[in-house]
Design a protein around this ligand. Structure first.
Ligand SMILES: *Cc1c(COP(=O)(O)O)cnc(C)c1O
Length: 401
C-alpha cells in the first residue's frame, strides 16, 4: 500500500472519529475496577451506585453464580475448541437447552454465543423470497441485521402501532409464510410489546409471532418467564430469542426457543451456530443453576418489581417526569441534550452511575437519563440515588415541584 493510500484510509478514519467527538456522539468506555453489582468501583477508586446495568436480578458478580461457573469449569474444563456438531456438545449444554425450554414453555432450544447471533441466524434458514417478515420499527439492531441476511420481503410497522401492524399484515397477504417480529420489551423506554393484541392479529391474518426477550426473560410475568407470561399468551409464541447476558446471569450467550422442527432446522442451517464456537461450559453451568433457582422461587423477581415501583413513585414525587410504565427501565426525561449530559456528569460526582441519551439515539427533544433497577439494590441505595436526583435536579433547576 502506498503512503498516499494509507493516509487516505487512516486519515479518513481519524476525521470521522473527530466528527463523532464534535457531535457529542463518541462513546467513551467506563472502566470498572470491581465486580459488577449494585455498587461498583470506578477506575478512579470512586464508589458508585450502579443504575445502568442490565443486571435486573442482581446476578452479575453474585457469589453463587460465580461459584456455579467455577464448578462447571472444574467438571467440564475451560472450553471446547469446537463447534457444537463436531465435538462441542457436552451434557451441560443439552441440560441448559432443556432447562430454557422448560422455563419458557417451549419444545426445544438452541444456544448461541450471544443473542445477537441468535437473531442474526434465525431468519435466513426459515424464510425465503416467498415469505414476509413484519417488524416493529424500533426492533433491536440484531433483528434488523438478521432480517437483512434473509431474502424474505420486509414490512415495517410504526413502533407499537397495532393499526399499522394490521395494515402491514394486509399488505403481506399474498406471501406464503408471514412472521411478526418484536422486542418483548423495548429497552430505551421500557415499553412492553402488546403481545395479547399481536397474537390476536397473528391468528386473524395467519402469521407466526417471534419475540426477543432480552429485557424480559427471568423477571417479566408472574413467575418471570417473560413478556408472554406477562400478557397471558404462554404457548402462543412461535419463536423466542433471548440472552444469558442480562438478567439470567450477565456473562454472555444467547438462545432461540420454539417448536422442535424450528430448532432442528436452525441446528442444521443457522450460520452463527454452525460456524462459531460452543458456549463455554462455565457459562452453561452457571446459567443452569440460575434457571434452577429462578424456577424454585420468585423472590428476586418480586424484589426487582418492588424496587421498580418504589423508584417510579418516589422519582415522580420529587418532581421528575418519567415515561409511565412498570418495567425496571425508567426513562427520566430531561428533554434537553446538554441538560442530560450535565445531569449525568453531576450524578457521577454524587456517586451514581447512569447514562444520558440524546438525539440521535432518542428523538430530538426527548433527551433523558435512563435508570435501570435491580433486585440487588437495597432501599438505602435507592434512597441515596433519589437524594442525588433531587440535589442535581435542584441545582439544574429542572424539578417540577
Ligand atoms: C442486548 C440485546 C441483544 C443482544 O444480546 P447479546 O446476548 O448481548 O448479544 C439482542 N436483542 C435485544 C433486544 C437486546 O436488548
Amino acid at each position: 500500500m502506498s503512503e498516499q493510500a494509507k493516509n487516505a484510509f487512516y486519515g479518513g478514519l481519524q476525521q470521522n472519529l473527530e466528527k463523532l467527538r464534535e457531535q457529542g456522539l463518541y462513546k467513551p468506555e467506563r472502566v470498572l475496577a470491581s465486580r459488577q453489582g449494585s455498587e461498583v468501583q470506578g477506575e478512579d477508586g470512586r464508589t458508585l451506585i450502579n443504575m445502568c446495568a442490565n443486571n435486573y436480578l442482581g446476578l452479575s458478580g453474585q457469589e453463587w453464580v460465580a461459584q456455579a461457573s467455577i464448578d462447571a469449569t472444574e467438571k467440564y474444563g475451560y472450553g471446547l475448541s469446537s463447534v457444537r456438531f463436531i465435538c462441542g456438545t457436552q451434557t451441560v449444554h443439552k441440560q441448559l437447552e432443556q432447562a430454557i425450554s422448560k422455563f419458557l414453555g417451549t419444545e426445544d432450544t438452541i444456544l448461541y454465543a450471544a443473542a445477537f447471533d441468535a437473531n442474526g441466524g434465525v431468519f435466513e434458514p426459515l424464510f425465503d423470497e416467498n415469505d414476509a417478515i413484519i417488524s416493529d420499527a424500533l426492533n433491536h439492531a440484531s433483528i434488523i441485521d438478521g432480517i437483512r441476511l434473509c431474502k424474505a420481503a420486509r414490512f415495517r410497522y410504526a413502533h407499537n402501532d397495532m393499526a399499522d401492524l394490521e395494515a402491514q399484515l394486509k399488505a403481506a397477504a399474498d406471501k406464503r409464510h408471514k412472521i411478526i417480529v418484536t422486542d418483548g420489551v423495548f429497552s430505551m423506554d421500557g415499553t412492553i410489546a402488546q403481545l395479547d393484541k399481536i397474537v390476536a392479529l397473528a391468528e386473524q391474518y395467519g402469521a407466526l409471532v417471534m419475540i426477543d426477550e432480552c429485557h424480559a426473560s427471568g423477571f417479566m410475568g408472574k413467575t418471570g418467564r417473560g413478556t408472554h407470561e406477562h400478557h397471558n399468551v404462554l404457548g402462543k409464541i412461535d419463536i423466542i430469542t433471548g440472552t444469558l447476558g442480562k438478567a439470567l446471569g450477565g456473562a454472555m450467550g444467547g438462545f432461540t426457543s420454539g417448536r422442535k422442527e424450528v430448532i432442528d432446522t436452525l441446528r442444521q442451517k443457522s450460520r452463527p451456530y454452525l460456524f462459531s464456537n460452543t458456549l463455554a461450559p462455565s457459562i452453561a453451568g452457571a446459567s443452569l443453576e440460575v434457571l434452577k433457582r429462578l424456577s424454585e422461587s420468585t423472590e428476586l423477581r418480586d424484589r426487582l418489581h418492588e424496587n421498580t415501583a418504589y423508584f417510579r413513585k418516589e422519582i415522580e414525587r420529587i418532581g421528575f417526569t418519567i415515561k409511565p410504565g412498570t418495567h425496571p427501565v425508567v426513562p427520566v426525561m430531561l428533554f434537553d441534550a446538554p441538560v442530560a449530559q450535565k445531569f449525568a456528569a453531576r450524578m457521577y460526582e454524587l456517586g451514581v452511575l447512569l447514562s444520558g441519551f440524546f438525539y440521535p439515539v432518542v428523538p430530538m427533544g426527548q433527551a433523558r437519563v435512563r435508570v435501570q433497577l435491580s433486585a440487588a439494590h437495597t432501599r438505602e441505595q435507592l434512597d441515596k440515588v433519589l437524594a442525588a436526583f433531587e440535589q442535581a435536579g435542584r441545582e439544574l433547576g429542572i424539578l417540577k415541584n
